[in-house]
Design a protein around this ligand. Structure first.
Ligand code: PEP
Length: 253
């Protein structure tokens, strides 16, 4: 049985001074749902405040990006060691907004994922096709390429700390969600591809999240799918009540 994992991606929202209230609100509202792994991935500047507020609760904290070098002259970047020192346990890697606006490629995804896993962070690696790619019938080719290039060189042991987020780009922040069948089809493809990369047994244990306008109203039907093991949530993670409602759906799935 794979434990469901619901992670919030705060993006460039929520100030350090607002962080404790949101984390505490989420922790209070989700106390009963002990069978779900709950993560808040925050802007780097919020991590310390989020960790302080999450300590002693069932909520864990992650970041939204990490550099692959351990230290050095990389102005503006943050290392795995810095995240761990601040108490973060998770990191999102290769989000489509980083691919779209900040030059992230499959190669840099691979470097970040490798560094994060080697350091002991849980890497939430994002894959997903654009609408143009879907319309052109390229979903499988895009997902398989992102997986094979982004996860190159990873072992079955690495897979223990790996989470994949399938985020169709056309569903992120748009209010448009993949249907449960559309999502399940790609999740099954992701698991098959993982099997080729790290072996079938390790692939069976990897959690695959769906992300893209997941909200309280559609979470249950998505999370009921065989290969959907959680959600990566943007907009609905910014309010304790909507995030908690998705976590409740995961607890009951
Ligand atoms: C995301 O950014 O990872 C995301 C899924 O956003 P939203 O839930 O707002 O579509």
């Amino acid at each position: 049985m794979r434990k469901k994992i619901i992670a919030g991606n705060w993006k460039m929202n929520v100030k350090p001074s607002e962080t404790a209230a949101l984390v505490t609100g989420i922790a209070e509202a989700t106390k009963a749902f002990t069978n779900v792994e709950i993560v808040c991935c925050t802007p780097a500047i919020d991590v310390a405040a989020a960790v302080a507020a999450a300590t002693g609760t069932q909520v864990s904290v992650g970041a939204e990006n990490v550099h692959w070098e351990a230290s050095g002259a990389y102005t503006g970047e943050i290392s795995t060691g810095m995240l761990l020192d601040a108490g973060a346990k998770y990191v999102i890697i290769g989000h489509s907004e980083r691919r779209q606006y900040f030059g992230e490629t499959d190669e840099t995804v691979n470097k970040r994922a490798t560094a994060a896993l080697k350091a002991g962070l849980v890497a939430i690696v994002c894959v997903g096709e654009t609408l143009a790619e879907r319309d052109a019938g390229q979903v499988e080719a895009v997902i398989v390429r992102q997986m094979k290039e982004g996860l190159k060189g990873l072992s079955a042991a690495d897979a223990a700390n790996l989470v994949i987020a399938y985020e169709p780009v056309w569903a992120i922040g748009t209010g448009r969600t993949a249907t449960p069948d559309q999502a399940q089809e790609v999740h099954a493809l992701i698991r098959r591809t993982l099997g080729e990369l790290v072996g079938v047994e390790a692939a069976e244990s990897v959690r695959i999240q769906y992300g893209g306008s997941m909200k309280p109203g559609n979470a249950a039907e998505l999370l009921a799918q065989k290969d959907i093991d959680g959600g990566l949530i943007g907009g609905a993670a910014l309010k304790a009540d909507s995030f908690a409602a998705i976590i409740e759906a995961a607890a009951k799935a």
